[in-house]
Write a protein that binds this ligand. Structure first.
Ligand code: ZN
Length: 546
């Protein structure tokens, strides 16, 4: 037993040395992992994919070492360190180690089951009228068909995967809970939030605030939507069921007749991207040079941004088509990329990252919203001022509807996931529909007793993550309000200046990006805006749009 008293200087020396050794080990592993992951994403090469999984396991194993974790704990218990950067790294490392203090057999069992469910999702083909169908085909029925019976069959087909994966998913939930409980947490959900510097009470407080703030707006929107849907499908509003929504979860507002794509057919999206950033004082040409932007066989069909080395090598992956959707996605991903790039390079390795997923999502969402901004459309999409205003107003309405629908859907997901880990033995099938009726105001189908909730892939493959999207939207609204009112000083021409002032880029770099992970996300937001995270700016934005 160690009894010798240590001074703060001694502890700082010990910690610095431990961090130094860890960086020497982890930094190259992280880089190799990122390179393998990138290779797998741009080629679909299974060998690269396997290599990425192997390296991920290796990194997790580093943080599973008990001896190192215990010395860090002892160091913290003996009084910790005084240097703020060292103290911050100690906090982050304690969290990283704590989450991995599992028996190697338990880690392997969890990974195996996660991968098995993931491949079940990838390989599954729903059946419609006895024939296998693609997800895209089912999606098309729900967008295009006016026939309630056909829609119902497509909707039911989209839920088949739920029954297929539910038993294994429940087993995975129990295993995750066992792991969490062996580490001293109530359940996996609570653990995951806490190690990610989020607090369950705080999170659900924010979600409640959001629920109250959006309820009257959503009810107004939903009444109008139901009237339109009832007329379209020739049924009474009380006869509307989940299959009358535009997608199988009611995540999206039905598309508005608003064809903006023609404005993006003329000039390459890359040129619009560079101009959008240059106008607010940020140069993205170096980032563009490393991006992989066009479709290819075998390539990952989505979009993401990845900092390979926490230095210059930051890569964006997209599958561009000349549409408004891809313009928004491209701007979103570069909103992540500028954040990664403009973190202070002098920071230690473990702090050279965005403060939190929610803060980098907020930056990305801020830029991703631009192609629906009237001032941006006028400036970049070549629309005459009056047309830009009209289109902008229509866009603003569409955005508002989309954000409302998305918010109510996220409330279902967050409440369901918490309940799932609190008590996986409860009647989850009924609970799901209770939540859908309460938050989305969509009536449950009569006599349906199936695990419809399990058909949402995120419960299996991206656990305890969904809330970050919502918190990111809230923070994006707060940043936007602060930029307009405080940084640019408001005024009648603020909309135009918001998309053309170098002060905007300078503010983001200096007040948000630069400090990386030096502070937790709360302090980072406070330093950037002087405020705590709240739903107010987001709700206000939804309420004030035409
Ligand atoms: Zn993102």
């Amino acid at each position: 037993m160690e009894t010798a008293k240590t001074t703060v200087e001694e502890r700082e020396q010990v910690l610095s040395a431990a961090i130094g050794r860890l960086v020497v080990e982890v930094e190259p592993l992280q880089l190799q992992h990122n390179l393998a992951y990138w290779q797998a994403s741009v080629t679909g090469d299974p060998a690269a994919e396997e290599e990425a999984v192997r390296l991920e396991t290796e990194i997790r194993t580093v943080f599973s070492r008990r001896g190192e974790y215990e010395s860090l704990r002892a160091l913290a218990a003996a009084g910790g360190v005084a240097d703020p950067l060292l103290a911050r790294q100690l906090t982050l490392l304690l969290n990283a180690y704590r989450g991995q203090q599992l028996e190697p057999a338990a880690i392997a069992r969890l990974l195996r089951l996660e991968k098995r469910i993931e491949s079940r999702f990838n390989a599954f083909r729903a059946e419609l009228d006895g024939r296998p169908v693609l997800d895209n085909d089912l999606r098309r029925v729900l967008v295009e068909s006016d026939d309630s019976t056909a829609r119902r069959s497509a909707w039911e087909a989209a839920k088949q995967i739920g029954t297929e994966v539910a038993p294994e998913l429940l087993e995975l939930v129990r295993l995750r809970n066992e792991a969490a409980s062996s580490l001293g947490f109530d359940n996996y959900y609570t653990m995951h939030l806490m190690l990610d510097e989020l607090d369950e009470t705080e999170l659900f407080g924010l979600l409640d605030e959001l629920e109250r703030g959006t309820r009257p707006l959503f009810e107004g929107y939903k009444r109008g939507l139901d009237a339109r849907l009832a007329a379209r499908f020739g049924v009474a509003p009380t006869e509307l069921r989940p299959w009358h929504c535009a997608d199988s979860f009611f995540q999206e507002a039905p598309a508005v007749e608003l064809d903006l794509d023609r404005h993006f057919a003329g000039s390459p999206l890359e040129a619009l991207l560079v101009r959008s950033f240059t106008d607010i004082g940020l140069d993205v040409r170096d980032l563009l040079a490393r991006a992989d932007l066009y479709e290819r066989p075998g390539k990952n069909q989505h979009a993401f941004c990845m900092s390979m080395d926490r230095g210059d090598d930051i890569r964006v992956l997209c599958n561009l088509r000349p549409t408004q959707y891809w313009m928004g996605t491209l701007l979103h991903e570069f909103g992540h990329a500028v954040y990664d790039r403009d973190i202070d390079r002098a920071l230690p390795f473990f702090l050279r990252e965005p403060a939190h997923i929610l803060t980098t999502e907020a930056s990305a969402m801020l830029f991703g919203r631009l192609p629906k901004d009237p001032a941006w459309l006028g400036r970049h999409a070549g629309l005459p001022a009056d047309e830009a205003r009209a289109v902008g107003a229509a866009c603003a309405r569409a955005t508002r509807e989309q954000l409302l629908v998305q918010t109510r859907w996220m409330l279902v997901m967050c409440h369901m996931e918490r309940a799932l880990y609190r008590d996986p033995g409860q009647d989850l099938d009924s609970l799901w529909w209770d939540l859908v009726e309460r938050f989305q105001q969509v009536r449950r189908p009569e006599d349906r007793r199936l695990p419809d909730w399990a058909s949402k892939v995120h419960f299996s493959t991206a656990p305890v993550y969904y809330h970050n999207y919502m918190l990111g939207e809230m923070m994006a609204s707060q940043l936007q309000a602060h930029l307009r009112r405080v940084v640019l000083g408001g005024g009648p021409d603020v909309d135009g200046r918001y998309v053309s002032s170098p002060e905007v880029g300078a503010y983001l770099v200096e007040r948000l990006y630069r400090s990386g992970r030096t502070y937790d996300w709360r302090e980072t937001l406070r330093r950037a805006t002087g405020c705590e995270l709240s739903a107010a700016a987001f709700v206000e934005e939804l309420a004030t749009v035409l």
